[in-house]
Design a protein around this ligand. Sequence first.
Ligand code: RIB
Ligand code: CA
Length: 304
Amino acid sequence: MIIDCDPGHDDAFALIVASKFAEILGVTTVAGNAPLDLTTKNARIILDICGAAGVQLHSGANRPLVAEPIHAAYIHGESGMDGATFSPPSRPVDGTDAVHFIIDTARSNPGAWLVPTGPLTNIALALRVAPDLVSTISGISLMGGGRFGNRTASAEFNIWCDPEAASAVFDSGAKIVMSGLHLTHQIMATSARIEMVRNAHATVGPKLAGLLEFFSKTYKSLHDDFEGAPLHDVCAVLALTHPQLFGASERHVAVEIDGAITRGMTVIDDRHVIARGKANTRVLETIDSDAAFSAIVEAIKACP
Ligand code: RIB
Ligand code: CA
């Protein structure tokens, strides 16, 4: 898999899980939770932590295709990954052209999955430059969208940041597996689970627990009924490494671009009418969250 991310607390855990359970062909970064320089620095840090410092890392888009760049320091902190102190990253990025890295790597690894966990800017650009990717890759397992929003009542942050990119991806013809908010809110970093993380590794455990404590504190301060921060992005990886943990439905999904109050909404066609849109997306609906969290803990234990 090629992971395109904007670390980001939950992106960090997605990278750790992928390093344990998947073959990471490369990692690319995009602006989203934080500006590109910070999401890229955070990716370098996490790849060190999970013993994947040799994985190719290329930075990409520093802003959406059309929308003005907006970040999420109110959730992830000014660093994009507040809550723990890490050693400076051991390695630089390998390049700054994520789009062509994605294209070249996908073409030389037929059957690869693209796993975007941030705004879809890099993915949309890659598909525009190389439409052949649609048939070269196995598909795109993305965290984004859902049956409700978080940044607005109808739009989830990754889609809301760059709706034009998201629309191009969902309309591309590629096989899409979607981890939307109605799924990801089923796996929250509760206090008990944060202790499981803390105790999972002598050195890395406390740091990762600190990340979750920060992430959960901001989430609980903004919601009236959350037990902790949802580990959104991990779902996009587990959907491929642990498919047995999920229930899904095949649906047509489109992204609203022009709505005055619905821009960035993923419109999921649940109608039972024969004329409903042809399914282009596997919408993940349920997750065995305890088993999923056990996989996260197993991945943390595997860190060097
Ligand atoms: O809405 C949740 C998504 O936005 C996650 O990918 C999180 O990392 C942020 O990017
Ligand atoms: Ca993310």
